[in-house]
Design a protein around this ligand. Structure first.
Ligand SMILES: Cc1ncc(COP(=O)(O)O)c(C=O)c1O
Length: 376
């Protein structure tokens, strides 16, 4: 956080309006300009955005939604919250995003929507997915929790699918502490999303208590309380103004990691850094894959790096491997299951210092080569 973020939040705290108000409205406007989208609905989490997307598009009881298992659990939990059934699709090795070929395999007469996750900030194959959705009259929903600033076909993520869901959780490229936003292509669906996110009430508090406001309001459907607050939006506005700068810093670190680790390619696999034309990677995550032939177990690698004071994480434990989903929605997803055993996410944030990056690289090299030596 810079002094600018602190000043912006302080000003809002002193303004007399801390819940949904002018800052939220301005944040939605700015996010619309950033993404090129018309209908932006801010909310209190990426999960809420996904839930509202399904509700607004009328996905519910009796419907199936095709979704990757290689994602955070909330991309799938929300499908159950609307009474629909998740159908897991596998991912592609090249980009770790949902495999359109497997989506085709998983289609059924009950399929209503496909959720594509832009994993780590690299875009899913939207052209192929869009073609499948159009052919079969399905909704395309993008889980863009990792993908603010990602571009596909030279266009910002936000204007491709029927609904696009962002997260501004603390670890995301830009943050509001907790927060999210939903973009909906269709104007009527966007209005429904707004209703669902605000108790089903036709007027929000800012309108009600403002100069032209009235005490009257109507409840049109049983909605949820998913709104963003002005405190969050005050933070988000400054973060959004720095989004490209933050992204460039992350990109520099990702390219440094990739260059430094290039000589370890017999024991690890790096993410794609030679990005095809038209695509911009937001570099939310840098995923290193530990190859089986390195002789190094992924879990042991994490332990050894931890002993060197480097915290690594795993994105993600596939959803179908969690106890609830194993019991209720068993699936076989060979690529997802194999990749899960190999992946670690390296530290990646805009303020990571050069010394820290060098130390991380040196530690990875030591850990992977030493272990290889021992086993040979
Ligand atoms: C792929 C993906 N989808 C959805 C979410 C949910 O976002 P939030 O934590 O803002 O609810 C996350 C958050 O980590 C995520 O990584």
């Amino acid at each position: 956080m810079t002094n600018e973020e602190i000043a912006s939040v302080t000003e809002t705290l002193q303004s007399g309006w801390i819940s949904k108000g002018p800052k939220v409205i301005e944040f939605e406007k700015q996010l619309g300009e950033f993404t090129g989208a018309e209908h932006v609905i801010s909310c209190n989490s990426g999960t809420a955005a996904l839930h509202m997307a399904l509700l607004a598009l009328g996905v519910g009881e009796g419907d199936e939604v095709i979704v990757p298992s290689f994602t955070f659990c909330s991309s799938v939990n929300v499908i159950l919250h609307v009474g629909a059934t998740p159908v897991f699709a596998d991912i592609r090795e090249a980009d770790l995003c949902i495999d359109p070929e497997d989506v085709r395999q998983k289609l059924s007469p009950r399929t209503k929507a496909v959720i594509a996750v832009h994993f780590a900030g690299y875009p899913a194959d939207l052209d192929e997915l869009d073609a499948i959705c159009k052919e079969n009259q399905l909704y395309l929903i993008e889980d863009a929790a990792h993908a603010l600033g990602t571009q596909y076909n030279g266009t910002m993520i936000g204007t491709h699918g029927d609904a696009v869901c962002f997260s501004f959780y603390a670890t995301k490229n830009i943050t509001t502490g907790e927060g999210g936003a939903l973009i909906v292509k269709d104007g009527e669906a966007a209005e429904r999303a707004r209703l669902y996110g605000w108790h089903g009430i036709t007027k929000n508090a800012w309108n009600r208590y403002g100069e032209k406001g009235s005490w009257r309001y109507d409840v049109l459907l049983p909605g949820f309380k998913y709104n963003m607050t002005d405190i969050q939006a005050a933070l988000g506005l400054v973060q959004l103004s720095r989004a490209i700068d933050i992204q460039e810093k992350r990109e520099r670190i990702a390219h440094y990691y990739a260059a430094e680790l290039a000589d370890l390619t017999d024991s690890s696999r790096l993410p794609l850094v030679d990005i095809p034309t038209g695509i911009t990677h937001s570099w939310h995550l840098f995923i290193l894959r530990i190859k089986e032939r390195s002789g190094m177990d992924r879990d042991l690698f994490i332990e050894e790096m931890k002993a060197k004071n480097i915290g690594l994480s795993v994105h993600f434990i596939p959803v179908h491997m969690h106890p609830y989903y194993k019991e209720h929605f068993p699936a076989k997803l060979p690529i997802t299951e194999k990749i899960f055993t190999e992946i670690v996410s390296l530290p990646l944030y805009s303020q990571l210092s050069e010394e820290d990056c060098e130390y991380i690289i040196q530690s990875i090299k030591e850990t992977l080569t030493i272990e290889k030596g021992v086993r040979q």
